[in-house]
Design a protein around this ligand. Structure first.
Ligand code: IVH
Length: 673
C-alpha cells in the first residue's frame, strides 16, 4: 500500500476532525459524546492509515499527542519530569507477550511485579517542598498541565503537610484523583434536583470537579486520591523497590491503593487480574484494569522508556463495557410484579465480550429523560453481570422524522389500566395475577434454580401452560399429568416424564427456598433465608404481625408490610395450602444466631503471633461468627497473618485478599468486641 491517494487523504481529514471534536468534548467540556472504545477504534484507524500513507503524517494529527493542551482558565504548569502514559494489554496473550519482552531484555527467568488497580480518574502531579504542598497540576499533554492547586487542596485525603521522617526537600508525587461510586451517585442526584448537568460516569465527574474554576465548588465534590509513583525515584531515600516506594509514600501520609500486591511472575499477575475482575463491582469505585510495574527500580531503569510510556509497566485493561449501536424497536415487557419495563431492541453489538441485542430502558421516567427513540444511535453498557442498559442517545446522530416514545396507558399483555404509584419509579399493570404475563413470570420464578429448582420448566413451556389454561397458579404445577404434558409443543413422552420427575424432586426443598419461591414482593434470597432462620415454622411466620417481622435481621417496615400483606390475602393462603397438600415439605431449619458481626465471613489464620496462639485466634474469630478455614481460596475475605507466614500471604496478595498483621488484627478484635 502507500502512495498518494485522495480517498486516503479525505478519510484522514475526516478522522482528524472527528477525533478533535471528541478530544474537545472529553478534555475541555468533560462531557464525552462517544464511549472510550469508539474513540480508541477511530484513533487506531487513523494511526493505521498514517502507517500505510506516511505522506499523511502531520504534527497536528491527533495521533501525535497525548491528551490535550490546557484549556483556558487555569495557569500553566511545566512538569519537572514528564508524566508518562502506559502501554495497554487488551487480553492475556498481550500480557504474556509483555512479560516475555521484559524477561528477554533483563535476561531473567521470572520477574517480580507490583500490581495496582488502574483507577479510572484523573492523573495529577503534586509538588511538596519542605514537606508542604505547594503545587498541583493535571497531566495535560504530559509536559505541561493546568495549575489546580486550589482545588486539590480541598480534597480531604490529600495532606497539606507530609508527616514522618526523611522527607526530601522536593518531592513530586503522582496519583489518580477519582470519585467513589457512592459520592458519584449522590452528586448526580443533587445535580438533577438542581437541574444541573448529570455526569456520564465517575471519571467525568472527577475531571469536571477538579477543573472547576471556583474551588468552593470542588470542595463540595466527593473526591479522593491514590498515589502510585513519584516524579524522580532518586529523591526517595533507601528504596530499591516500587512496593517500598508505595509504603514510604503511605508513611508520609499519602494515600496508596489498599489493593496493591507484590507478585512473582506473570501467572500470578493473570490470577490477580481474574480475582479483581470478580471483585470489581464491589470495590466502590471504578477501575478499568490493572497496572503492572517491575518491582525492582534498578530493573525499571535498565528497561527505560519508549515514546511516552515506560517499558517496565503495562496496563492490562478490562474489555470495554460500552459500545455504540442503533435502536431498531422499543418494546414494553411486563415483569413478575407487573412493572412495565421498556426494552430497546438493538442492532447486535459486542459489549464486554458478549453479543447484545436487547438493552433495558428501565422505566417510563428513564426513557423520557433519555428521550430514546427508534432509529437512534445509542451507547449501551454492560457491566459485570448487570443486564445491558441504554446509557444515552447521540443526539447529533438522530435521523430526521423520529418520534418520542409514547408510554402505553394500558398493559400491553392484558390491557388492564396501568398504575403509577406515588414514590415509585415503576409503572405497573393493575391486572395482578389476572395478567398472563405476571402469571407466567410468577411461575417461572417459582421454578427457578434458587427457588424450587424445577429442571426443564423453561419460559416457553410456562407460557404454553398458562395460555392453555392448564396452570393458573403455582400449585397447579403439581397436578399436571403425563398425558397433558406430552401433548404440548416441543414435548414428548420422555420430556414429560422428566418434567414430572423434576416436579416430584422439587417438593423436597428447604424453608428458605420455599419462601423465596412464593415471590413475595421485596423478599429476595437473603431475606428469605433470614425469615427461615428466625421463624420455626411457616405457621408461625404466617401469623407474625409487622412488629414481629421487623425483629428479623434485614426486615424493615416496608418489607414487613409486604410480607404481612401477602399472607393476609386469601388467594395466597390458598395457594400455600395447596402446595403443602401436594406434598411440598422441608426439614426443620438449624437455628443460627443472627447478630454476630462476622457472620458469613471467611478467615484464614497463618504464621505465629506473640499475643495469642493460632488456635486462640481462630476461636476468637469463630465466636464472632466467622468461618475459619485452613487454606486460601477466592472465598476468603481476610487473612490474619503473624510472623513467618509461609506461602499463604503471597497467595492472599495474589488474590487481592486483605491481610491483617498482628497489630491490625488486635485492633480489629477490639473494634468488634
Ligand atoms: S502509572 C509511569 N499506576 O493510567 C507510569 N497509572 O495510561 C505512569 N492510572 O495517566 C502511570 N491507575 O492516570 C499508573 N496505579 C496506576 C494507575 C495509573 C490509574 C492512570 C494514570 C495514567 C494512565 C496511564
Amino acid at each position: 500500500m502507500g502512495g498518494n491517494s485522495p480517498e486516503a487523504r479525505a478519510r484522514w481529514e475526516r478522522l482528524c476532525r472527528t477525533l478533535e471534536g471528541h478530544n474537545y468534548r472529553y478534555y475541555v467540556l468533560d462531557d464525552p459524546e462517544v464511549p472510550d472504545a469508539e474513540y480508541d477504534r477511530l484513533w487506531r484507524e487513523l494511526a493505521a492509515l498514517e502507517v500505510h500513507h506516511p505522506e499523511l503524517e502531520n504534527p497536528d494529527s491527533p495521533t501525535q499527542r497525548v491528551g490535550v493542551t490546557p484549556s483556558s482558565g487555569f495557569a500553566e504548569v511545566e512538569h519537572s519530569s514528564r508524566m508518562l502514559s502506559l502501554a495497554n494489554a487488551l487480553d492475556e496473550g498481550e500480557m504474556l507477550a509483555f512479560d516475555q519482552r521484559v524477561r528477554e531484555r533483563l535476561d531473567h527467568e521470572a520477574v517480580e511485579y507490583v500490581a495496582e488497580p488502574k483507577l479510572d480518574g484523573l492523573a495529577v502531579s503534586l509538588r511538596y517542598e519542605q514537606g508542604r504542598l505547594i503545587q498541583a497540576a493535571t497531566r495535560g499533554d504530559g509536559r505541561r498541565g493546568e495549575d489546580i492547586t486550589a482545588n486539590i487542596r480541598t480534597i480531604p485525603s490529600i495532606p497539606l503537610r507530609l508527616q514522618g521522617e526523611k522527607i526530601p526537600a522536593t518531592l513530586v508525587v503522582r496519583g489518580e484523583v477519582y470519585m467513589p461510586l457512592k459520592g458519584f451517585h449522590a452528586l448526580n442526584a443533587t445535580q438533577q434536583a438542581r437541574g444541573e448537568k448529570i455526569f456520564a460516569n465517575p471519571r467525568n465527574a472527577a475531571a469536571g470537579s477538579l477543573r472547576q474554576l471556583d474551588p468552593k465548588v470542588s470542595a463540595q465534590r466527593p473526591l479522593t486520591v491514590c498515589f502510585y509513583g513519584v516524579g524522580e525515584p532518586g529523591v526517595v531515600p533507601d528504596i530499591q523497590r516500587h512496593a517500598q516506594l508505595l509504603e514510604q509514600l503511605q508513611a508520609w501520609g499519602l494515600r496508596i491503593s489498599p489493593e496493591y500486591a507484590v507478585l512473582q511472575g506473570v501467572d500470578a499477575c493473570l490470577k490477580y487480574f481474574r480475582a479483581i475482575a470478580l471483585r470489581r463491582v464491589g470495590l466502590g469505585y471504578d477501575i478499568d484494569g490493572v497496572v503492572y510495574k517491575l518491582n525492582r527500580l534498578d530493573e525499571q531503569a535498565l528497561l527505560g522508556t519508549v515514546s511516552r510510556a515506560p517499558r517496565w509497566a503495562i496496563a492490562h485493561k478490562f474489555p470495554a463495557e460500552e459500545a455504540l449501536t442503533t435502536v431498531s424497536a422499543i418494546e414494553v415487557q411486563v415483569g413478575r410484579t407487573g412493572a412495565l419495563t421498556p426494552v430497546a431492541r438493538l442492532q447486535a453489538v459486542t459489549v464486554a465480550g458478549v453479543s447484545v441485542t436487547n438493552a433495558t430502558l428501565h422505566n417510563a421516567g428513564e426513557i423520557a429523560r433519555k428521550d430514546v427513540r427508534v432509529g437512534d444511535t445509542v451507547v449501551v453498557r454492560r457491566a459485570g453481570d448487570v443486564i445491558p442498559e441504554v446509557v444515552r442517545v447521540l443526539m447529533e446522530q438522530r435521523p430526521a422524522g423520529t418520534h418520542a416514545f409514547d408510554f402505553p396507558a394500558t398493559c400491553p399483555v392484558c390491557a388492564s389500566p396501568v398504575l403509577r404509584v406515588e414514590g415509585e419509579v415503576a409503572v405497573r399493570c393493575s391486572g395482578g395475577l389476572y395478567c398472563p404475563a405476571q402469571r407466567v413470570q410468577a411461575i417461572r420464578h417459582f421454578a427457578s434454580r434458587h427457588a424450587m429448582d424445577i429442571e426443564g420448566l423453561g419460559i416457553k413451556l410456562v407460557e404454553q401452560l398458562v395460555q392453555q389454561g392448564l396452570v393458573n397458579d403455582v400449585s397447579d404445577l403439581y397436578g399436571l399429568g403425563q398425558e397433558t404434558l406430552a401433548k404440548l409443543e416441543r414435548m414428548g413422552d420422555k420430556s414429560a416424564e422428566n418434567l414430572l420427575l423434576a416436579l416430584e424432586k422439587s417438593k423436597h426443598t428447604r424453608f428458605a427456598r420455599f419462601l423465596f419461591a412464593l415471590g413475595i414482593r421485596d423478599v429476595g434470597e437473603v431475606t428469605a433465608q433470614a425469615l427461615a432462620s428466625h421463624f420455626e415454622s411457616l405457621e408461625q411466620l404466617q401469623h407474625a404481625d409487622e412488629e414481629a417481622l421487623q425483629a428479623v435481621a434485614d426486615v424493615g417496615p416496608v418489607v414487613a408490610k409486604q410480607i404481612s400483606l401477602f399472607f393476609s390475602q386469601a388467594h395466597n393462603r390458598e395457594v400455600v395450602a395447596a402446595l403443602l397438600l401436594a406434598g411440598v415439605d422441608w426439614p426443620d431449619e438449624m437455628p443460627v444466631a443472627e447478630d454476630l458481626p462476622l457472620r458469613g465471613q471467611n478467615f484464614v489464620v497463618t504464621g505465629s503471633m506473640s499475643s495469642m496462639s493460632r488456635q486462640e485466634a481462630k476461636e476468637r474469630l469463630q465466636v464472632l461468627g466467622a468461618r475459619v478455614s485452613g487454606s486460601i481460596s477466592s472465598k476468603t475475605n481476610q487473612l490474619v497473618c503473624g510472623e513467618k507466614p509461609g506461602s499463604k500471604r503471597a497467595k492472599a496478595e495474589a488474590l487481592g485478599i486483605p491481610v491483617l498483621d498482628e497489630s491490625a488484627f488486635l485492633e480489629f478484635l477490639k473494634r468488634l468486641s
